[in-house]
Design a protein around this ligand. Structure first.
Ligand SMILES: [Zn+2]
Ligand SMILES: [Zn+2]
Length: 165
C-alpha cells in the first residue's frame, strides 16, 4: 500500500518529547476506527504504520512518555501535555505515528497556513476501518471495511458485489 521509507524526527505539542521514526511505511492511511476516534477526538486520524518494534526511538528522557492500554492497543502520549505520540499492538511488529507531529512539515504554523502543509508524497493512500466512519468521504481513495486488503468497499461505502474486482 505504500512502501516508502520514513526517517524523520517528531515531537509533542509542548516540546517535552522528541522522537525519531525510521522504517518502512506499511500503511499511510486515514483510520476511522473507534479507538483512534475516541482517543484523538477526531475522525479520521492520519496514521503512518511503520514496520518494526524498534522503529520509534525516544530522544531524551524516556520518563517523559506515558503508555496506557485501550483494549489490545497501546497508546503512548507525552506525560506533560498528553499529546498522542505513537500507538501499537503488542507483538504485531509495527508502530503507528501521526504525520502531523513529524518534521516532514514544510514550516511552522503562522499567518500563512500553507507553509505548514505536509508534502503531497505523504498524502494518505486509503481509508481503513471505513465501516466506523462518522461521515462519508467523497474522494477517490480505496476504502476498506477494516484493515484491508480483501475487504475493499465501493466508493460510497457499500460492499462490493461478490465476485467483483
Ligand atoms: Zn508534550
Ligand atoms: Zn485507528
Amino acid at each position: 500500500m505504500s512502501g516508502q521509507i520514513l526517517d524523520a524526527e517528531g515531537g509533542c505539542h509542548c516540546g517535552e518529547v522528541r522522537f525519531r521514526v525510521q522504517g518502512e511505511v506499511l500503511r499511510n492511511v486515514y483510520c476511522h476506527c473507534a479507538n483512534c476516534t475516541a482517543s484523538k477526538g477526531a475522525s479520521p486520524v492520519h496514521l503512518l504504520v511503520v514496520g518494526g518494534e524498534d522503529s520509534v526511538r525516544w530522544l531524551g528522557d524516556p520518563e517523559a512518555v506515558t503508555t496506557r492500554s485501550s483494549g489490545a492497543l497501546r497508546l503512548v502520549s507525552c506525560s506533560v501535555c498528553l499529546c498522542p505520540l505513537v500507538q501499537y499492538r503488542e507483538g504485531k511488529g509495527f508502530r503507528a505515528v501521526f504525520p502531523v507531529l513529524l518534521d516532514l512539515r514544510r514550516g511552522v504554523v503562522g499567518d500563512d497556513h500553507g507553509a505548514d502543509r505536509l508534502p503531497d508524497e505523504w498524502a494518505p493512500t486509503a481509508h481503513l476501518n471505513y465501516e466506523n466512519r462518522l461521515f462519508d468521504w467523497h474522494d477517490a481513495l480505496p476504502k476498506f471495511r477494516a484493515f484491508g486488503p480483501g475487504d475493499e468497499l465501493e466508493s460510497d461505502g457499500r460492499s462490493k458485489s461478490p465476485g467483483g474486482a
